[in-house]
Design a protein around this ligand. Structure first.
Ligand code: UQ1
Length: 454
């Protein structure tokens, strides 16, 4: 073929592609990112929701279900390909579920009436009602919902990233998709030795999870004849090393869990904050300038520190600690009246769980819609959250509480004390919650303790 003809054909093809691309509404961002000419004009939405996790999806769909929004009025921004049902990861660590059955393609969970931007968020400019995405394009909004969650920081513990990715090492972590698959095989592999389960000082998602995985492992070793409480000859020994001074933040459940710990012969290392994994030695920082403590282990389940995402922390929306600074009861930002937050990224002083979202989302949605119509916010969120604590295979202690560590138990109306672990709660946790989550909660039709809504 003559070179000139080839050139002509290729040129024609390139022109056709360029024309098609220019006509295609979603590809303008490609042009914006490769040229130095002014970035394409900002796209405006009535509501921009940052985050397609539990809070972001639940809120977006509850907003849509108010019937007050049309096609693309609400935008959802999240770069993740997959959405994970994270409360199920303890069950994966206990060998009860496969991590792949807990995930869905994020896009498949987003209603087509919402405008989905599969992009990261770079900059919040609340003074201008604008967010800038990772690709440089800008979105403007009337109302902004900030719910991108928090970051699980494996690198916060020296030596942890290497240890969890080393197949030979018995160090694992239920808190990430990449590391959760290693947890149960390491529990099964341990026939004797010292097991340590850690919990850091500071903020974590679901503060009960670090011990749930321990209670399941203990039960596994007990059933295998490898763990005997209060017996020096027990092949496996177990320690719970926590940066906190107690087993749990709510006195009622903390007392019940402390009684279990003592009854089951688990060593309590309180005020021990893991800072380093050094081969088969765990290194803990101690409060009040005490010397570090080194403890050898044969298996260790590590919960690393967690922190606000940098793009939130370094924004005008953050409080001192890096969380989105909202009112505890209205979920409205303390400085920017058209900004709202719920879930892990928010400053709400309660335990970070999916159950908490069931109570936060309707309050946020109600107040946001009222704000659009010029009304006042209702201070309606009481801090409700819940932690279904697996205490053994087949039993769960369903901790439910509000601000101030005050119990608020759904099943008190049938006369149950929820500090007592029960089989019915186990089936709620293992079977019902994962089902209702994808079936209803992320679609905006689940109200947690209130049952089905909308
Ligand atoms: C809940 O609604 C929920 O979401 C599906 C959970 O999953 C993570 C929970 O753990 C809890 C406790 C609730 C609250 C619901 C009831 C019925 C107590």
């Amino acid at each position: 073929m003559a070179p000139s003809r080839l050139f002509t054909r290729q040129t024609a093809k390139a022109l056709a592609v360029a024309k098609q691309t220019l006509n295609h509404p979603t590809t303008y961002r490609t042009f914006a990112s490769v040229s130095s000419s002014p970035v394409s004009p900002a796209r405006n939405h009535k509501v921009v929701v940052v985050g397609g996790g539990s809070a972001g999806l639940t809120i977006s769909h509850q907003l849509l279900r108010t019937g007050k929004f049309s096609q693309d009025d609400i935008a959802v921004v999240d770069p993740a390909e997959w959405h994970h049902y994270q409360p199920g990861w303890t069950l994966v660590g206990g060998g009860l579920k496969d991590k792949h059955e807990l995930k869905r393609p994020l896009q498949s969970l987003v209603d087509p009436k919402l405008k989905f931007y599969p992009d990261s968020l770079a900059i919040f400019t609340p003074e201008d009602n604008t967010v800038t995405l990772g690709n440089g394009s800008k979105l403007t909004y009337d109302q902004l919902v900030v719910a991108p969650g928090i970051k699980v920081d494996l690198a916060s513990i020296k030596g942890l990233p290497e240890a969890v990715s080393d197949a030979e090492s018995n160090v694992s972590c239920i808190y990430t998709f990449d590391t959760v698959g290693k947890v149960f095989p390491t529990v099964q592999r341990l026939r004797a030795g010292q097991a340590i389960f850690t919990q850091p000082a500071g903020v974590v998602k679901c503060a009960g999870a670090p011990q749930k995985i321990m209670w399941l492992a203990l039960d596994h070793w007990k059933r295998a004849g490898l763990y005997k409480a209060h017996d020096d000859a027990s092949p496996v020994k177990i320690a719970f090393a926590t940066g906190l001074p107690v087993m749990f933040g709510v006195p009622k459940y903390s007392a019940a869990l402390e009684a279990l710990r003592q009854e089951r012969g688990v060593e309590g290392l309180f005020g021990h904050d893991l800072v380093e994994v050094d081969g088969n030695t765990a290194v803990f920082a101690r409060p009040d300038g005490k010397d570090k403590v080194r403890r050898p282990f044969d298996l260790m389940h590590v919960v690393p520190k967690m922190d606000a995402h940098a793009f939130v922390k370094n924004s005008p929306l953050a409080n001192e600690a890096g969380f989105v600074d909202v009112d505890d009861a209205t979920l409205r930002h303390k400085k920017f009246a058209n900004v709202w937050s719920a879930g892990d990224a928010s400053s709400l002083p309660t335990s970070k769980t999916a159950a908490a979202i069931t109570a936060q989302a309707p309050v946020l949605v109600g107040n946001l819609v009222k704000a659009m119509e010029g009304g006042e916010s209702r201070p309606a969120y009481d801090g409700y959250t819940s932690c279904p604590l697996l205490t053994e295979y087949g039993k769960v202690m369903l901790a439910e509480f509000k601000y101030g560590g005050v119990p608020q138990e759904t099943f008190s109306r049938v006369g149950w004390d929820q500090a007592t672990p029960r089989r019915a709660f186990y089936h709620l946790k293992k079977d019902f919650f994962p089902w209702v989550y994808y079936k209803s909660m992320v679609k905006g039709t689940w109200g947690g303790p209130k049952g089905w809504i909308n």
